[in-house]
Every structure is written in structure tokens, then in C-alpha cells.
Design a protein around this ligand. Structure first.
Ligand code: HEM
Length: 306
């Protein structure tokens, strides 16, 4: 969240410190809930407790976003040269009669935070877990990180210099895709091959299912980063591996996330070793993102860097 807040608003957020991050967590808690009445296909006019709670949280969250945009706008009016050239400034510059409306500026901010913060955090947690469960792979990754950090001080070069670390991250995204389902609702009826899809049908493409399909993957449930080593990754079909989706709405933050995740892993794994404990039995649940129910307790020990 700190990385995203720094990139999007250079940390200039309205309200109490920390309140924005807390509100996002609450938003995800409420948005991620499936209401039992929806599962029972109850009529729409029956009030859903989850929706009422969700609306309150959303309204509060939106207020922080509105104030943040206003704060930046005031600063921009005072001295356009004094504002940071970040995502928020660029969005505000795109505002206007020909461009974005204020509501669209705010929607973009909410979408970027919603889509970019939880997903990356979850993917890092699952990668640390997979590596802890495969000490041999973890050794290989730690060695690669130690070697690269010893010779390359520029973090923006690490992604290309660390094929094993990247492969471990890609493989963790396969087993635990942070966005386990991609949803669409057709606005018109569609034919796909011989399948008729009625208007407003719920269409779900599930990376979780595709990524673990026995017809597509050899030993689908095993953590085998070599699938993504150079020479192997090219053999994976484009639509067989969808952690960032595909098509016109593919994740716009994918290369940002990749860069960010490898830097974060390199820093963490160069300094600490992450081990699972007797209590680490993560049960993956889908609450918008793929989350370990009850958290992911791990033992963290400082490493002696060679
Ligand atoms: C490991 C991390 C991430 C994963 C697994 C992920 C996954 C995805 C997926 C699957 C989609 C497509 C959703 C769909 O088709 O309905 C998506 C869209 C999106 N992502 Fe990411 N994402 C990640 C990180 C990020 C980051 C860091 C940002 C922002 C900096 C971001 C911003 C977005 C936005 C704005 C969209 C909507 C794009 C559009 O509709 O045109 N994501 N993401």
C-alpha cells in the first residue's frame, strides 16, 4: 500500500495517517462478501445487510479520495511547478470538457488502489509461503538475489537479472492467482462456438481453475518454478496462464507489479529467511482476491548475507 500511495499521490493523502489504508481493508472485507440472499436468488428489492454495510464504507472511502483530489487541486492552483508529477497530477491534467470528469478521476483512483494494492501484497505472501515449503527452490532464489545485489545496486535492473526469482513468483501466481476469477456480464446475447450466452448472464473465467487444470499442466498442484525458466515459459499458451487477465482489459499495472514484487522479494529475502511453522496451514479462500484464511503465520529469521 505504501508503494502504491507513494506512486499515485506521492503520499499526499487527506485525513488521518493510516485511515486510508484501513478504509481500503474494510472496503475489501465488505465488497468481497457474497450475500446469502444472492445465492438464494432472492428478489432485488429485499435489502441485503452486506450491501448496506458496503455502501457506508464506500461513501467514507470516496470522501477521502474526494478530499485528496481537492487538496492536490488547491496546491496545483497555488503553484503548478510545486506539485509532484505523479499519477494524481496526470489525472487532474487529463480533466476537462474533452477529457475526464471529476467523478472519472476519482473512479480511476479507486480502481488503481483497489486493483493494485491487495493483489501484489497477496502475491508476495503466497510466494514466501511456496518458497518456504520448497527449501531447494528457496536456496536457488536466495543465491541468485545475493549474487545480483552484490554487483547491481540499481533495483530497476533486478527484474531482468533474476530469472529464478521471477520464475518462483510466476509459479506462485499460477498456484495462487491473486485475482482468481475474472467476471463479465454480456450487454447483448452472444454465441461462442455452439454455446448461447444470454444477455446479463454471469460469465466467469477462473484463472484458479485454468491454472490447475490437469489437461493443461503436468503435476498441476506442485510448485515447480522451472515451468517459467527461460526456454520453458515460451511453451506456455497465452490463454493457459492468466494471472493478469488477457485482452483489452488486461491488467494495466502488470509490469509495475512485476518490478515491484521482484524488488520487494529481493530486499526481504536478502535480509530474512521465511519459514513455515506448525500453525502455517493456509486455506485459500476467494474474497475478491485469493487470501489465506486466518493469515499466513511464518517464522522470520535474519540471514547472514554472504
Ligand atoms: C500481482 C499483482 C496483480 C495482479 C495479479 C493483477 C491482476 C489483474 C487482473 C486479472 C486484471 C483484469 C481484470 C478483468 O479483466 O476483469 C487486472 C486489471 C487491472 N489492474 Fe491489475 N493486478 C495486479 C497488480 C496491479 C497493480 C500494481 C496495479 C496498479 C498500479 C493494477 C491496476 C489494474 C487496473 C487499473 C486494472 C483495470 C484495467 C482495465 O479495466 O482496463 N493491477 N489486474
Amino acid at each position: 500500500y505504501d508503494i502504491l500511495a507513494e506512486t499515485l499521490f506521492s503520499g499526499e493523502i487527506a485525513g488521518e495517517p493510516g485511515s486510508f489504508a484501513n478504509e481500503i481493508d474494510r472496503l475489501f472485507e465488505t465488497m468481497g462478501r457474497v450475500d446469502p440472499l444472492d445465492l438464494l436468488r432472492a428478489p432485488d428489492w429485499l435489502p441485503r445487510l452486506t450491501r448496506i454495510r458496503g455502501r457506508k464504507t464506500m461513501a467514507y472511502f470516496r470522501k477521502i479520495v474526494t478530499d485528496t483530489v481537492k487538496m492536490r487541486e488547491a496546491k496545483f492552483k497555488r503553484d503548478p511547478d510545486a506539485v509532484p508529477q505523479d499519477f494524481l497530477t496526470l489525472l487532474l491534467k487529463a480533466e476537462g470538457p474533452e477529457g475526464l470528469t471529476r467523478a472519472e478521476v476519482e473512479d480511476n483512483i479507486i480502481t488503481f488502489i483497489g486493483a493494485g494494492h491487495e493483489t501484489t501484497a497477496r502475491s508476495l505472501g503466497w510466494t514466501l509461503y511456496c518458497l518456504a515449503e520448497s527449501p531447494w527452490e528457496r536456496n536457488r532464489v536466495e543465491q541468485e538475489i545475493d549474487q545480483v545485489l552484490a554487483r547491481e545496486p540499481d533495483p530497476t535492473k533486478w527484474l531482468d537479472a533474476m530469472p529464478f526469482t521471477r520464475a518462483a513468483f510466476d509459479e506462485a501466481l499460477r498456484l495462487y492467482p491473486p485475482a482468481p476469477s475474472i467476471n463479465r456480464e454480456p450487454i447483448e446475447p452472444e454465441m461462442w462456438k455452439d454455446l448461447y450466452i444470454p444477455k446479463h448472464a454471469a460469465v466467469l473465467v477462473m484463472p484458479w481453475v485454468v491454472h490447475r487444470h490437469r489437461k493443461l499442466w503436468d503435476r498441476p498442484d506442485a510448485f515447480l518454478p522451472e515451468r517459467f525458466h527461460p526456454g520453458n515459459r515460451e511453451k506456455i499458451d497465452r490463454f493457459q496462464y492468466l494471472p493478469f487477465g488477457a485482452g483489452p482489459r488486461v491488467c494495466i499495472g502488470a509490469s509495475f507489479a512485476m518490478q515491484e514484487a521482484i524488488i520487494a522479494l529481493a530486499i526481504m529475502l536478502s535480509r530474512f529467511r521465511f519459514d513455515t511453522t506448525a500453525e502455517t496451514k493456509p486455506w485459500p479462500v476467494q474474497k475478491l482476491t485469493t487470501q489465506p484464511q486466518g493469515g499466513l503465520p511464518m517464522q522470520v529469521t535474519p540471514r547472514q548475507v554472504r
